[in-house]
Design a binder for this molecule. Structure first.
Ligand code: ATP
Ligand code: MG
Length: 251
């Protein structure tokens, strides 16, 4: 059975999209069949990390939600040339950055049940081991649909009051929805912070396991969303942290 992981944060800019792209890539490198889905419909961007050009976007999640294609038509395979272990595969379901289409979908609305149906169909059709859902920050329909279908919700937060306070709401919603496993990922942690104390405090505050504490890295800032970090910096400390997350989420 595939593991479905929803990556969420209460406040924006927590590092969800980078976590999604990097963890999915590491799992595919290990030989798993992995798909990432950009559920951040109002502000998509996951495809940029995988260098999918605007011209190559083709059908996107919105086209499926508007009934204009099948979910299979939106899938891009991006694992070629990455040196995946035998059996590994990496797929992306992008959302388009076409502003008119985003507004059109938001105004017309769509059947939210289509999202869960799409994920189940992707798992079957592509024989997936893992699906990672990148969500929009805060409480919104797509994120709640992701929680409904996920085995695990990974709550990403920065050491910042908006994130720490808001994550209580995220964790509480996930609990109310009966998500089987809720874990926390602390990101953008400054040098010099006592990591063990931060982890213990966070676990006590949310009564959830902290699966990793990720440092604030200049090399990531310099990358500027122009690629998948772990491929460019395989021996970096941040890559080791992403590996810790991947090993805890693989199901
Ligand atoms: N560990 C890190 N060190 C330094 N910069 C980071 C780190 N993680 C993420 N970033 C940077 O933080 C910014 C936000 O990251 P990302 O886009 O993954 O967040 P997000 O939660 O998906 O944001 P949004 O809510 O807008 O979708 C990006 O510029 C990214 O390069
Ligand atoms: Mg994002």
């Amino acid at each position: 059975m595939a593991a479905v992981v929803a990556v969420h944060s209460y406040a924006g800019g927590a590092g969800k999209s980078h976590l999604t792209a990097n963890v999915a890539t590491l799992l595919a490198l290990d030989g798993l069949r992995v798909a990432v889905v950009d559920l951040d419909i109002p502000a998509p961007g996951l495809h940029l990390l995988f260098a999918i050009a605007d011209a190559d976007m083709g059908y996107c999640l919105k086209d499926y939600l508007m009934g204009e294609c099948e979910i299979e038509d939106t899938v891009r395979e991006v694992g070629a040339g990455l040196g995946l272990a035998a059996g590994g595969a990496l797929f992306v379901v992008p959302s388009s950055m076409d502003g008119e289409r985003i507004l059109d979908l938001q105004q017309r609305g769509y059947d939210i049940a289509l999202l869960g149906a799409a994920i189940r169909r992707l798992v079957d059709r592509f024989a997936l081991d893992v699906v990672v859902l990148d969500t929009h920050a805060g409480t919104n329909d797509e994120s709640m649909a992701a929680f409904a279908v996920a085995d695990t919700v990974a709550v990403v937060l920065r050491p910042d009051l908006q994130h720490t306070r808001g994550s209580q709401l995220t964790v509480s919603l996930a609990r109310q929805m009966g998500v089987p496993r809720i874990v926390m990922v602390l990101n953008l942690v400054a040098a010099g912070v006592d990591l063990a104390a931060l982890r213990a405090r966070t676990e006590e505050q949310y009564r959830c396991e902290v699966v990793a504490v990720l440092p604030d890295c200049q090399e990531m800032t310099a990358l500027g969303s122009g690629g998948v970090f772990v491929l460019l910096h395989p021996s970096h400390r941040l890559t080791r942290c992403y590996r810790d997350v991947a090993s805890r989420l693989r199901g």
